[in-house]
Design a protein around this ligand. Structure first.
Ligand code: HEM
Length: 444
């Protein structure tokens, strides 16, 4: 388990920074100790678990044998009232409110708004340039979709985006609150966001109580509605807006960015994907008809590409839990209070779960996948609440880009790094040019 207190934290962080968690940290220990092994990370004795059976056991025993367990810095920056910190009934209550806007029916109505946001983003940022940072662009577009299309919040997006970036930098650092530390800067940025959001929440509350605004189906209205009914507090509204913006935009933007990387490396897959989108675009009147939910449902191969990308390049490599009782699992005893870490790598890169696991083969998703083997969105009661929205954003964004632009990577071998989430070290610049004849749908 390494040195006292510090254990193997340095090796873990070193592997994480270079996006080598699997090859430099997990795999050598799998080989030495097997798929379940103990270590000590960030001061806590931790059992790393892998494989579909372990995933099912620990994910579905959330609230019974384990609870989610985030580092102090994340909790302070996301807020102690966010859904990730909630257990039992209060988790169920918040999850219900959030799910009411992320279930399939409300998502249908969000499609035109997402199309318009993507189209406007491309028109403003892509149309008149020859090179663009794909990662920055996907971050900005998902950030805009979450704030405007999901929450219905309209603020100075560029400014807000920069402040959120500062908070992210502090999410997994040591919570050292001294002048000049990353954590201090992140806390200050969090304070700025809070001020703006408290103003938004109070304005919305006044308008709803004064009958000047009804529940418009937007998530902010749903949360404020619950606040007015006394089901949640103002702090809970603010903390969950912050949490959802983070949960949604850095993950989804990375998934889209890495899809383009995979498509650049596999031109045969790109031809198949392009054909799918050109067929959909051909059914549209040029210039004025947006995508519908039915169109998105036709993007089956694209969703296979997205899943295969997230299998090989998961936006979240795993998540920590804490044992709330002594746990017996497959002959091991995990003492109460120890941490448990499940990882995507333990199944995504395992040939027992996926044949020839390191090769990129989207069509493998045409067949059913073993339960709890493909887990980029987690599982059990904490299964990603925004999984369907992420799917929608990915498919719509890919549609408009591939039907409207020719593109190629500037640095085909650009390294991926992590801080704390993975991202391309140069922002993945791509060369772009508008396609001369566009039969694609437009939603402006
Ligand atoms: C490709 C994109 C995404 C990936 C890979 C992803 C991944 C995950 C994972 C792995 C978890 C479980 C964490 C755990 O078990 O501790 C999770 C939870 C969550 N995600 Fe996502 N996510 C994505 C997009 C989104 C979006 C778009 C939203 C919302 C708009 C969202 C909202 C949430 C929320 C609220 C939770 C916490 C659920 C709970 O604790 O009950 N995510 N996500």
């Amino acid at each position: 388990m390494g040195l006292p207190w510090i254990g193997e934290t340095i090796a873990f962080y070193r592997a994480q920074r270079t996006n080598q968690l699997f090859h430099a940290f997990f795999q050598p220990r799998f080989n030495k100790y097997g798929k379940i092994f103990k270590t000590r990370l960030m001061g806590s004795p931790t059992v790393v678990v892998n494989g579909p059976t372990a995933n099912k056991f620990f994910m579905s025993n959330e609230f019974k044998l384990v609870i989610s367990s985030w580092p102090t810095s994340s909790v302070q920056l996301m807020g102690k009232n966010s859904i990730m910190e909630k257990q039992g009934d209060s988790h169920r209550c918040l999850r219900g409110i959030i799910a009411s806007t992320l279930a399939p029916a409300p998502l249908h109505t969000m499609v035109p708004r997402i199309c318009t946001t993507v189209q406007k983003h491309l028109e403003k940022n892509w149309r008149h340039t020859q090179e663009i940072s794909l990662h920055r662009s996907t971050k900005m577009v998902t950030f805009t979709i979450v704030l405007e299309c999901l929450f219905g919040i309209r603020v100075d997006l560029e400014k807000m985006f920069r402040v959120f970036e500062k908070v992210l930098e502090g999410v997994l650092v040591a919570p050292v609150d001294f002048p000049g530390t990353k954590f201090r800067r992140a806390k200050r940025a969090r304070g700025e966001i809070e001020k703006v959001l408290v103003g938004e929440v109070r304005r919305k509350r006044e308008a709803m109580e004064g009958g000047r605004a009804g529940e418009d189906g937007m998530l902010l209205s749903m949360l404020v509605g619950a606040l007015i009914r006394g089901e949640i507090t103002e702090e809970e509204v603010v903390d969950n807006v912050v949490l959802l913006v983070f949960a949604a935009h850095d993950t989804t933007s990375y998934a889209i960015t890495m899809m383009f990387k995979m498509l650049a490396d596999h031109p045969d897959c790109y031809s198949l994907l392009l054909k799918e989108h050109e067929e959909i675009a051909r059914t549209k009147r040029a210039g004025n008809e947006g995508l519908t939910f039915e169109d998105v449902k036709k993007m089956e191969y694209t969703w296979q590409v997205a899943r295969e990308t997230m299998r090989l390049c998961p936006p979240i490599f795993g998540s920590f839990r804490k044992a709330t009782a002594d746990i017996s699992f497959e002959g091991f005893t995990i003492p109460k209070g120890w941490k448990v870490l499940w990882t995507t790598y333990g199944t995504h890169y395992d040939e027992e779960c996926f044949a020839d696991p390191m090769s990129f083969n989207p069509s493998r998703f045409a067949d059913p996948i073993q339960a709890y083997a493909f887990i980029p969105f987690g599982g059990g009661p904490r299964l990603c609440a925004g999984y369907q929205l992420a799917k929608l954003i990915i498919l719509v964004f890919v549609h408009y880009v591939v039907t409207q632009y020719k593109w190629s990577l500037v640095y085909p071998d650009e390294p991926i790094v992590m801080d704390p989430l993975p991202f391309p070290s140069k922002g993945m610049p791509i060369k772009i040019s508008p396609k001369s004849v566009t039969t694609s749908s437009t939603a402006l």
